[in-house]
Design a binder for this molecule. Structure first.
Ligand code: BG6
Ligand code: MG
Length: 219
C-alpha cells in the first residue's frame, strides 16, 4: 500500500511484556529496603526512566539514600532485571505483534523503536528483532524522559518523517502524553481507564485488524 506514514513502537509492555519483570525487580528492591508498593503505583513507573523510577519508589517508602547507595540499588535492580531478560527468546514477543511487523515489512513502511530503556538493544537481540527496525532510539539517546516527546521526535527524524506522519504504539501514560505532545497519532495498548488520552486504545495487538491499520495509515 502507498503511504507516507511511519510507525514507532515502545518496547516494554508493547512488543514484550518486560513490564512484569521491571515490576518484580523494583518490588524486590522495595521489599529489601523494608516496604512495598502496589500494582496501581507500578503504573506510574511505566515509561519512566530508571533513575526517575527509583526516586519515585524511595518517595513512596519515605526512604532517603546517599548517592552511592542510590547508584548501588539501581545496579542491583538492573542486575536482577537482567536475570529475567537473559531467559527471554522470541516466544515472548506479544501475540499479534509479529503480524503487524510483517505487514509493515511487506509494504515497505518504515518503523522504529522509541523506548526509555537502556536495555532495549539487548532485549531486541534476545527476541531476534534487532535487525527488523529501520531505527532504534532508546534510553541511551535521550536527555529528556517521557512524557517529553524527545525520544519519538528523534525516531521520526531517523525515519525521515514529520511528527504528523508518525503513529506511536505505547502502553504507558507517560508515553501516550509524549506522543500527543510530539504531535503524533497515539495508540494505547492496555486499559482504557489508564490510557484514555490515547487517540485509539486496544487491550493488545490481537485486537488490531489489518483493516484498521490500513485505515490509519491512509489518514
Ligand atoms: C521503560 C519502562 O520502557 O524503560 C520503565 O517502561 C523502565 O519501567 C524504563 O524504568 C527504563 O528501563 P531500563 O531497562 O533502562 O531500566
Ligand atoms: Mg512501555
Amino acid at each position: 500500500m502507498n503511504t507516507e506514514k511511519a510507525v514507532i513502537f515502545d518496547l516494554d509492555g508493547v512488543i514484550v511484556d518486560t513490564a512484569k519483570y521491571h515490576f518484580l525487580a523494583w518490588r524486590k528492591l522495595a521489599n529489601d529496603l523494608g516496604f512495598d508498593f502496589t500494582k496501581a503505583q507500578n503504573e506510574e513507573l511505566k515509561g519512566v526512566s530508571r533513575v526517575e523510577s527509583l526516586k519515585k519508589i524511595l518517595n513512596w517508602g519515605n526512604k532517603e539514600l546517599s548517592e552511592e547507595e542510590f547508584n548501588h540499588q539501581m545496579k542491583l535492580k538492573n542486575d536482577n532485571y537482567l536475570s529475567y531478560i537473559d531467559k527471554m527468546d522470541e516466544s515472548e514477543i506479544l501475540p499479534g505483534v509479529q503480524k503487524i511487523l510483517d505487514f509493515l515489512k511487506e509494504n515497505n513502511i518504515p518503523y522504529a523503536l522509541g523506548s526509555a530503556s537502556k536495555n532495549a538493544k539487548h532485549i531486541l537481540e534476545k527476541i531476534h528483532l534487532k535487525n527488523s527496525f529501520t531505527a532504534i532510539v532508546d534510553g541511551t539517546d535521550v536527555s529528556k524522559a517521557k512524557p517529553d516527546p524527545e525520544v519519538f521526535l528523534i525516531a521520526a527524524k531517523r525515519l525521515q518523517r514529520n511528527p504528523e506522519q508518525c503513529i506511536v504504539f505505547e502502553d504507558a501514560v507517560a508515553g501516550i502524553e509524549a506522543a500527543n505532545r510530539g504531535g503524533m497519532l497515539s495508540i494505547g495498548i492496555g486499559e482504557e481507564k489508564t490510557l484514555f488520552e490515547a487517540n485509539y486504545i486496544f487491550n493488545d495487538f490481537t485486537e488490531i485488524s489489518i483493516e484498521f491499520f490500513k485505515k490509519i495509515l491512509k489518514k
